[in-house]
Ligand binder design. Structure first.
Ligand code: THU
Length: 160
């Protein structure tokens, strides 16, 4: 028997002002997308923006349904949109932000497990990792070098 230790690290920027201009722009686009969140059931808004290898940026938000299990997360909505609109073009960065209208969240909310799985699938499909930028309504920005850092031992297509 042996113990395996999994390690992951990420960068913390105290404010978006510390980010490179292109990353700040991506986060601003994600923040603007909060306005289009369709979330009448949870009242929890998630805004996402991605940057593609061709320089395009795509944004979107969560899209809920009265049949709760089919609510679509913002990350999945935007990554699926990119795969449809720009097939074969890799995603190099994703910015995620949140808004809870009933209280200020001053720390990043990391993507749910299903979204992490979709981020990893996208990285494998594109053979290209994506940086992950996370921010609450206020407070610091967390930057992960690649999506798989958020999902160690990820299940993937290599098992087939
Ligand atoms: N949500 C996302 O959009 N992304 C996540 O990673 C976690 C949760 C959405 C789904 C639902 O509309 C709302 O947030 C509350 O769970």
């Amino acid at each position: 028997m042996k113990t395996v230790t999994l390690q992951s690290s990420f960068q913390v920027y105290e404010t978006p002002g510390e980010l490179a201009p292109a990353d700040r722009e991506l986060l601003e686009l994600a923040t603007a997308a909060l306005a289009n969140s369709y979330s009448p059931y949870s009242n929890f808004k998630v805004g996402v923006a991605i940057r593609l290898a061709n320089g395009e940026m795509i944004s979107g938000s969560n899209y809920e349904n009265a049949a709760y299990p089919i609510c679509i997360c913002a990350e999945q909505s935007v990554l699926a949109s990119a795969a449809s609109r720009y097939p074969g073009v890799a995603t190099t960065a994703i910015a995620v932000t949140i808004l809870n209208p009933s209280r200020v969240i001053n720390q990043p909310a990391a993507p749910c497990g299903a979204c992490r799985q979709v981020i990893c699938e996208t990285e494998q499909k594109n053979r290209q990792t994506m940086r992950v930028l996370l921010r609450g309504q206020t407070g610091p920005v967390f930057e992960f070098e690649k999506g798989v850092d958020l999902l160690p031992l990820a299940f993937g297509g290599t098992f087939f």
